[in-house]
Design a protein. Structure first.
Lengths: 391, 315
């Protein structure tokens, strides 16, 4: 199929249309609005036969999603920032209820002060909730990962909700060409014709969401832990199936120019684009630098991450997110704890950048590299640093 | 409509062995509600007494599909369940049969924290019956005041002290708020009038679109009375006109027989003091000294609301 030009939000809506969920329950929030608007168009024009529940809050959005998924439906929603925080309580119950809801996130800074632009802190705040958490760099990735998210979450070995994040405005509102797939291809990819999977079945009554006290609560939580671990193989298999279908290659942890690299950026989402361009410029000047892009943040693919860092002398972890009073960034803490187990621990420099949608230009990535390399050469790790902030 | 004897022979989908307190009227209500089920039915239950006491893993008291997600969202959960059934039925994924959906919430989960979710679901017009079992406070967490707690009641967060004599506000007019959503069916009920309650549940489930029933379900622990008197206590709220029984069908108010008897013969209307004296939560209205001022305020509010409801019902 020939390419189509769409925004990142629109790409996700188009993907959701192909999936044709039974229920979409969502509440509008910038910069996610295009997703729910487009999907409303599909409903209004009969292009999907989805029940669109236009709820009165994000809290009710996620609650309705759990109700719909528990009833046996395929469910999609979308949110951002304050919306995710309003549904924070219910996000935890989505995973413990084992409801494979797919939530597209147009990552946005969190209040206060209020800001509507790109930042990944919102999605990282529910890293411990049991959700499978992914980030997409481009509109094509957003499209592909949205479709794949259903297959991953609904796998009987997994049955967990999946979040797919795109940087607000930077991706959500930017127009790029994407290669679409057909509805039939998506249907086949997701296992063909769906059969009833009623859990709230009057013919077979069960109770769901029971009170677990000291005698059973830990076992219930451990089941989510185990499902997260089992999802790793399902994610590999799903990415592999998608490659066979589309030729597009996906990995939980990806790399660029890493084979002979002495130093490596680590980042997630749209920042990887500028990082690659910076790497090209630096390599033209003889610098041996590469990139590790974390596509799947939860579950954390530590082994795959470590395999890429074996020969790295210095890691430069750069995240469009922040954490107050912590020993480093949010992604940075995963990176550091993974490296703690490595045979040879590289130096590390941690950066918070681009909060509230602030640009980080290619030349700034080069500056971040030069600053970090200087520190590494002096034989030290660089403390958590907020790049570009006027102190 | 079946007689009460026939109802008593019907299958009860809420079994004994649950861990509600002795004398809990919510349990009686739950049994009566399930007697109205004559179609495939699922229940969505907000966090609260009924939820925690009926489903302590690995046990459940429910013989119909039952779902609990959280406290403040059961109307939204029911919305999602209804939407999924509709979609899957349309796509031929499930049997082409109607499934009744009942949502239970306590007064805290309905008057207070669940009000937004309820309002949203009513506005969207989902086909479900919401039953608020109102025991007059957050009884599950230890008798804290809610928007449903009556005036002057002593709770653990509106205690009767030497200066402040219990809750200073009157009960939120929840039924009025629900009626304002212009849904097809709204009613009040009590476990002391089982036939009336069961009929209303059936009627609420049979209308297309949202239905709502406000049940006064007395709480022996929180309202402070002998556990053998819980059903009597829910009769007393009707006899004192604290909780008149009526229904609003497509906007038309209709008073039901137990209250109609009082409306037709005002000598049958019991003074509020019979209700207040029966419960320990109002003890401070009598000891250390009688608070005629507060008793009078309570009675005046009951009378005013009773006259309003009578007028709406045209009696």
């Amino acid at each position: 199929m020939s390419k189509i030009a769409v925004t990142g939000d629109d790409a996700i809506a188009q993907a959701a249309k192909l999936v044709n969920p039974d229920v979409v329950a969502a509440y509008p929030i910038t910069p996610q609005t295009i997703i729910v608007e487009r999907f409303s168009d599909f409903v209004a024009d009969g292009e999907v036969d989805t029940e669109f529940v236009c709820v009165e809050s994000e809290h009710s959005a996620m609650s309705a999603c759990i109700g719909a998924s528990t009833a046996g439906g395929r469910v999609f929603t979308s949110s951002a920032s304050a919306g995710l925080m309003l549904m924070y309580e219910i996000l935890q119950i989505a995973s413990s209820s084992r409801t494979p809801i797919v939530c597209a996130v147009a990552n946005r800074a969190i209040s206060g002060p209020i800001n509507i632009h790109g930042e990944q802190t919102d999605q990282l705040l529910f890293r411990d909730s049991g959700w499978i958490s992914q980030f997409a760099e481009t509109n094509q990735e957003a499209y592909d990962q949205t479709i794949m998210a259903f297959k991953i979450g609904e796998h009987p070995e997994v049955l967990l909700p999946v979040a797919v994040g795109i940087d607000g405005f930077i991706v959500s509102h930017a127009i790029e060409g994407i290669e679409p797939v057909t509805k039939d291809a998506v249907s086949n990819f997701l296992g063909g014709e769906r059969k009833s999977s009623l859990r709230l079945d009057p013919d077979n009554p069960v109770s769901i969401g029971l009170l677990h006290l000291q005698d059973y609560y830990m076992e219930a939580r451990a089941q989510v832990r185990d499902a997260q671990q089992r999802s790793k193989q399902v994610i590999f298999d799903t990415f592999n199936d998608w490659r066979k279908l589309t030729g597009r290659e996906y990995n939980p942890i990806e790399s660029y120019e890493i084979d002979d690299a002495d130093y490596a950026f680590v980042t997630m989402g749209s920042g990887a684009g500028n990082a690659r361009t910076a790497i090209d410029e630096l390599r033209a000047n003889g610098e041996k630098v590469g990139l590790i892009k974390v596509r799947v943040y939860r579950p954390w693919f530590g082994e795959e991450f470590s395999n890429l860092t074996k020969n790295i002398k210095g890691i430069i972890s750069v995240e469009r997110a922040h954490s107050f009073g912590s020993p480093g960034g949010i992604l940075g803490q995963d990176v550091k704890s993974t490296l703690f187990d490595a045979k040879q621990t590289p130096y590390i420099a941690e950066y918070c950048y681009g909060l509230g949608g602030r640009d980080c230009l290619v030349k700034e990535w080069v500056e971040i590299y030069n600053r970090s390399k200087q520190g590494f050469k002096e034989g030290k790790n660089l403390p958590y640093f907020w790049w570009g902030v006027r102190e | 409509m079946p007689t009460l004897k026939e109802y008593a022979k019907k299958e009860v989908h809420f079994s004994g062995g649950h861990r509600l307190c002795a004398g809990c009227a919510a349990g009686s209500m739950a049994r009566q509600v399930t007697m109205a089920f004559d179609k495939p039915t699922v229940i969505c239950n907000a966090t609260g007494c009924l939820e925690v006491a009926s489903t302590i893993y690995p046990f459940t008291a429910w013989k119909v599909p039952w779902l609990h997600v959280a406290f403040e969202n059961t109307s939204a959960v029911a919305s999602g369940v209804e939407a999924a059934y509709n979609a899957m039925r349309r796509k031929g994924m499930i049997k082409d049969e109607h499934i009744d959906i009942v949502a239970f919430g306590g007064d805290g989960g309905t008057f207070d924290i669940g009000l937004q979710s309820l309002s949203g679901a009513l506005e969207r017009g989902h086909d479900f019956l919401y039953i608020c079992y109102d025991n007059g406070a957050y009884m599950n967490t230890g008798i804290q005041r809610s928007g449903g707690t009556p005036f002057s009641a002593s709770t653990t967060t509106s205690p009767a002290g030497s200066v402040v004599p219990g809750k200073g506000q009157f009960k939120k007019p929840l039924v009025d708020i629900v009626v304002a959503h212009r849904i097809p069916f709204v009613a009040t009920a009590v476990p002391a009038e089982p036939k009336d309650l069961i009929e209303k549940v059936r009627q609420g489930l049979d209308v297309e679109g949202p239905a709502f029933i406000h049940v006064d379900a007395s709480c022996t622990r929180g309202q402070r009375f002998d556990p053998t008197l819980s059903i009597e206590m829910t009769r007393l709220v009707v006899e004192t006109c604290v909780h008149p029984l009526y229904r609003v069908v497509n906007g038309e108010y209709q008073m039901d027989r137990p209250s109609l008897r009082i409306a037709n013969d005002s000598s049958k209307k019991k003074p509020i003091e019979e209700y207040l004296k029966a419960q320990g939560r109002f003890r401070h209205l009598y000891k250390p000294e009688r608070r005629d001022d507060l008793i009078k305020m309570f009675q005046e509010d009951v009378d005013k609301r009773w006259e309003e409801i009578k007028a709406k019902c045209g009696v």
